[in-house]
Design a protein around this ligand. Sequence first.
Ligand code: GLU
Length: 425
Amino acid sequence: MQKNLDVQLNLNVRGLGCSATLAINQLCRERELRGEQVYKLGLGQSPFPVPLSVVEALQANAWRKGYLDVHGLQELREAVAGYHNRRHGLSSAAQDVLVGPGSKELMFLLQLVYYGEVLIPTPAWVSYAPQASIIGRRIHFLHTTFEEGWRLTPEHLERACQEDPGRPRLLVLNYPDNPTGMTYTPDELRSLAQTARRFGVLVLSDEIYGELHFQGAHVSIARFYPEGTILSSGLSKWCGAGGWRLGTFTYPRDLAWLRQAMAAAASETYTTTSAPVQWAAVTAFEVGTDIERYLSVSRAFLRLLADEVQQRLNRAGARVTPCQGGFYSFPDLGDRRAALAARGITTSPELCTSLLQQTGVATLPGRDFGRSPEELSLRLAFVDFNGTWAMAQSDLEVTRVDAAFVREHAGRVLTALDRLADWVG
Ligand code: GLU
C-alpha cells in the first residue's frame, strides 16, 4: 500500500523535491550540526540586519492581532505606491498594490490565475519554472548567453513571440539578476518594452534586488511599459527581512481585474499577510534617511565584495560577467572542463557536490537555474559574512566602507573563494 501512495500525487507535483535554495540551506545546517566546516554561498539571504527603525516599528505593532484586508493594509499600499512613484517615476495609487506573504507567493498566484505561456529567460531563479510546472503552465525558456552578458535581447523575445503571436504570454524579467548579477540599461529596457507591447506580452518584473543596484541607479521597466508591467518588490533583499515574508505587486490600473482575481485566490488560501509585519513595512517603504544611509552602505559593501569575488573567480579560470547589483555571481568553469573531467566531474551538479564535499563551499549548480547540466556553471551567493557587525562598524557612514573594510568583514566569503580557486586550479 505504502509504496503506491505517490501515484496519488498530482502529476505536476510528483517527483518534485524541495526548492534548490531551501535544500542547500538545510544541507548546510546539517553539516554545521555534524561539526563540519561549511561556507554558505548557497541560499541567497541578505546578511545585513533589518534597519533599526523597521525593527522598532515591528515591536511597536506586535499587539496588532486582527486579520487585515486581503489586498493589504491601506497605509502600506499607500506607502508602496508612493515609494514606486518617487523611485521609478510611476503614477500608481494605493488601489494598484497587492500585498502578500512574500513576492514568491504572489508570483505563484499570478501564474495560477493568468492563463498564458510563461517566458523565462535563463539563467533564472530556481522557483519560476517549478511554479509554472506545478500549475501546469506551458514554459518557454529563453536561454541567454555569457557573450550577451546574460541579457534577454528584444530580438530573442520577438523570435519567441512570432510563433502564434496572439498567444497570451507572461514574461518573467528579473534584474538586478539572480543568479548573474547583471542589470539592464534604460535603453535596453525601452527596447524590451517596445517588443513586449507589440506582442501584448504581460511582464512580471521581479525587481526585488532593485535597491541593491551598486550605483543606486535602478530603473524599472514599468517606466517604459506602464500598461503591461506588474512590478514585484518586497522586504527580503534590500531590507534584510526574508524571514518576515512580505512581498508586493503593483499593477497597471487597467489590470485591476487581474489584481482582483489574485486577491480572490489569496482570500481562499493565505487570507492576509501578517499584520505587525505589514505595519512595520510602512516604515520600510517610506525609506527615511536612516534607511537611505543603510542602503548606501549595503551597496558600497556589496560592490567592493563583488570585485574581490570576481578577482578570485578569474584566478580560478572561470568565465564570469561583472556583478552590477545584488549578491550573486554566476561563473562558468567550462574552460576547465578537461581538468575537471579527469576528476570525474562533467556536470554542474557533480561540480557543486564535489566542491562542497572537498572544500566545504556550498553553492548551487547552473542546472537549477534552467541551464543544461553539462554547462559547468554555478551560482555563488556571496553572503556568508556577519552583516550586522559590518553595518554596526560602518556607523552607517558610506565613507568608512573601503576595500580594506570589506576584506576585514567578509573574510569568510573570501576564504571560500580562495578555497574554490585552489580546488579548481
Ligand atoms: N531568493 C533566494 C535565493 O535565490 C532565496 C529565497 C527562495 O528561494 O525562496 O537564494
